[in-house]
Structures are given as C-alpha cells and as structure tokens.
Design a protein around this ligand. Structure first.
Ligand SMILES: C[S@@+](CC[C@H](N)C(=O)[O-])C[C@H]1O[C@@H](n2cnc3c(N)ncnc32)[C@H](O)[C@@H]1O
Length: 210
C-alpha cells in the first residue's frame, strides 16, 4: 500500500480504503478459486495492483469512457483501474466463469458501481468501447483481430481509441511489427515511471485500431 500511495499521492479516503481491502479480499477468494499464483499473492500490490495502474502514467482515462478488460482473470488490470477511475465504466470479460465469480464478489465487496463482469469469449461481444485493456492474454495480432470490431472510431483521450496491452518488453517490437501496415503501435517501458525491479522488463503496448 505504501508504494501505491507513493506513486498515487492524491487518492481519496475511499480509494485508499478500497485499495487496502484488496489484500484480504484476494487472499480469501484466491484460497477458493486460483486467480493469482499462490506464491505471488504476497506481491499483490506491486505485481498486480501497481502494475495494473501503469496506464495512468501514460494515458489517464477520462470520466464517461467505456473500457473493456479483455481476459480479466480475477480482475487485472480492470479492478485497480476501476478504483482509480470511479467515473469511468469498465466491462470485465473472461471465458472462465469461476474467474468472473471472483471479479463480481470483489467488486461488490468494494462497492464499485462502475464495473460489469461477464463470462464468455470476447469474440461474442457486440458492444463497442473506447479502449481495450488486456494483460497476459494473447499476442498483438490476435488482440488486434479480436478487437477490430470492438473499438469505437472516435475518441477524446490523448491517444486515439485503441488497445493498451500489458506486456513484457522482450520481442514486443517484433510483435508490433507483425501487425502489418494497417495498425499503428507504440511501446512504453514501465521502468520509466516505476522504480521497482519488477517493472524493468514490463511495458505497455499501445495499438491503434485501423
Ligand atoms: C493468463 S490469464 C490473465 C488474467 C488477467 N488478465 C491477469 O493478468 O491476471 C489469461 C486469461 O484470458 C482469458 N481468455 C483467453 N482468451 C479469451 C477470450 N477469447 N475471451 C475471453 N477470455 C479469454 C483466459 O480465460 C484467462 O483467464
């Protein structure tokens, strides 16, 4: 929690309370349904919560935006982002219903009004979003193909509507190059804004939908 406050010094009392609750909630739910590896649960705040919040350091989300977390698992990055942006709407989707149960229980316990969670494959979604966020789900060409019809054309953020993928730095440029000429991609290493060793190999990859 101290690290969250260090990088996000302007959180409200309610947001601080919600972030603080995550430890007990994920310990409780992870014991029943595995969404974070058992040995990693002690690293919840750095490896999962702070990691999820990295987007704010590159492109803060605006009030009213519609955001899809594609393959959210137990709620990363969607749940920490929903705490950080209470006025932004998040749809968390995962094909595994048990994981959506964890997301629903955690977001209800936190009192998050801006989170909807749905079990199913993302290819079946009909709705459109301003941004897709996604962590540890698929390589860039698959993400781009899945989301081609899911991103709204217009936008009012500092980047055009598109995908923010939480990725490893290794081979990320090759992955973006393999998208072909229809797509614009850009890489943002997390070590530029978070000093912990964990972030040295991590990045956010932005992919603009054609
Ligand atoms: C490695 S987990 C990552 C979970 C979470 N994003 C995280 O970082 O903790 C990948 C998740 O993507 C989901 N997934 C993969 N393909 C999917 C699809 N086409 N539609 C919905 N969910 C999908 C899987 O069910 C799995 O829970």
């Amino acid at each position: 929690m101290e690290r969250i406050q260090h990088y996000f010094p302007n959180l409200s009392a309610q947001q601080l309370e919600q972030f603080a609750q995550l430890d007990a909630l994920y310990r409780e739910w992870n014991a029943q349904i595995n969404v974070i590896s058992r040995k990693d649960i002690d690293n919840l705040y750095i490896h999962h919560v702070l990691h999820s919040l990295a987007l704010d350091k590159v492109m803060p989300l605006k009030a009213g935006a519609q955001v899809l977390d594609l393959g959210c698992g137990g709620g990363f990055p969607g749940i920490p982002l929903a705490i950080l942006y209470p006025e932004t709407n998040f749809m968390l989707v995962d094909s595994i219903a048990k994981k959506i149960k964890v997301v629903t229980e955690v977001s209800q316990a936190l009192g998050l009004k801006n989170v909807k969670a749905e079990a199913g494959r993302v290819e079946k979604l009909k709705q459109r979003f301003d941004f897709v966020v996604t962590r540890a789900v698929a390589k860039a060409p698959k993400l781009a193909a899945w989301t081609r019809k899911l991103v709204k054309a217009k936008g009012n953020h500092s980047f055009p509507n598109g995908i923010w993928a939480y990725k490893g730095l290794t081979n990320m440029q090759e992955e973006l190059n393999s998208l072909g000429p229809d797509y614009y991609g850009e890489i943002f290493p997390m070590k530029e804004f978070f000093e912990e060793e964990f972030f040295e190999t991590k990045c956010l990859a932005y992919i603009q939908a054609p």
